[in-house]
Design a protein. Sequence first.
Lengths: 502, 31
Amino acid sequence: MQEGAAVQISADPFAVGSFIVYLSIVILIGVLSARFSSGGVSEFFVGGRQMHRFVVALSAVVSGRSAWLLLGVTGMAYTMGAAAVWTVVGYITVEMFLFLFYARRIRHFTEAHDCVTLPDFFAARFGDRSGLLRSVLIVIILMFMVGYVSAQFVGGGKAFAGSFGMNQQVGVAVTALIVVLYTTLGGFLAVSLSDMLQACIMIVALVVVPTLAILDFGGLGPVLGQLQTLDVTAIDPTALSIGAAIGAVGIGLGSPGNPHIIVRYMSIADPDQLRYSAVVGTVWNVVMAWGALFIGLAGRVYFPDTALLPNADTEQLYPLLAAEHLHPVFFGVVVASIFAAIISTADSQLLVAASSLVRDLYEKIVRRGIDVPQKRLVLYSRIVVVLLVIAALVFGLLAQELVFWLVLFAWAGLGAAIGPTSILALYWRGTTRAGVIAGLLTGTAVTVIWQYTPVLEPIVYELVPAFAASLVVTVVVSRLTHPPENLDALFDSMLPGVNRRP
Amino acid sequence: MTAFYLAMFALPLAIIATAVVLARATRRTKR
């Protein structure tokens, strides 16, 4: 999903003050989580599977929402009107089902088999002795995640720099420094707890900004009347083509394939509590999404022409509307909400990338069969987080085009590769290792090919055909090959109360 | 205008209601 653009609103001491308070709390969370996260790789990468249902709900929801929601969806609602509603319906519904069904199975299985990462899950499920399946996953995850993190830093830097009138490079560096501080120290616990704070900031901002903007215009009636005068399709949720509607709803197919979301499900203390997480997460997702939609609609009334927006950029709408309707202290909260959306996604992606290197590559492939002390693995994990941040920064500075290319495909590529294969791995006994490898490669390839084929690209968002292709290929190849032998034991360990190894 | 109210108000409430109903249903099947 795309990232934020420059905000370009001058700094105010009150706004800067409230923003600094927010940043200090985030860093404090990192410091306070450091001791817990030093326990071992399980603590550092999956919170020792001790997370509260509320933390899991909010962390899973905000990790999946980058600045795309605050700047992208508001911009889409501004341009498309009420038809933008379809861009949020898909992922909210899919994530609700993930919390209720998928999450429970993967959580039980990963505890029974001592899995810390998503490649761990696949390796255990398919008896990946040669490490080929794990290696394919490491490559796919690293390729997309480092680019993703890099783009988050660039987005954060732009938001930071634009809002407070500082140099963009400095903004990028400050964003990276804050993320590296609390993620290195506090690991998964710090990331999850800070996600909770960020979820609260985002929801407050996404309720307050549209409410005040609509009230200041005289209420919903006058806003809708004005929208109808400006553009009658702005209040018509059906004013889009079938292909566009399918593509918009299809955004949700990315959720079961993005490992920074899935790993949240693996971290809950009591899997039975995931049903509460489903309700809390869905309420949060719904309120944030419809808040963003109403910001776009209200913004259209205040700024009927894109020429009235800074640089004619619809992604500037949210901070601009906030600056016009809020006290500077609360404007600081709004800037914090953009920043929160960005770093809550970046930190989770960073940990996933680091876990692929330390747990999957180093511990499970390079040092396979050799016992490495947990404390040393945590130390390596911290070093790898710092190195990945440096890599993401260098990448962002030197190869920005490549970064944006990767990000363009990250949500769809991961969704199409890992989504269908992980669902089949959890629900279909006939799934085989060869089928999954074929599905992973097909999902990634079709995503890229579809986007680059001029005849295909306008038909529908590439994630939809790539997801379908990956699903079909996984099933066909699985049919032609043999599934693992201990299937009963493997599937038993996805159910409650069977925490034993097969 | 009806479609607008359905999409912007009824739909989000329906999604939340579905989550609540399914969450309760999964609890019942576990017992």
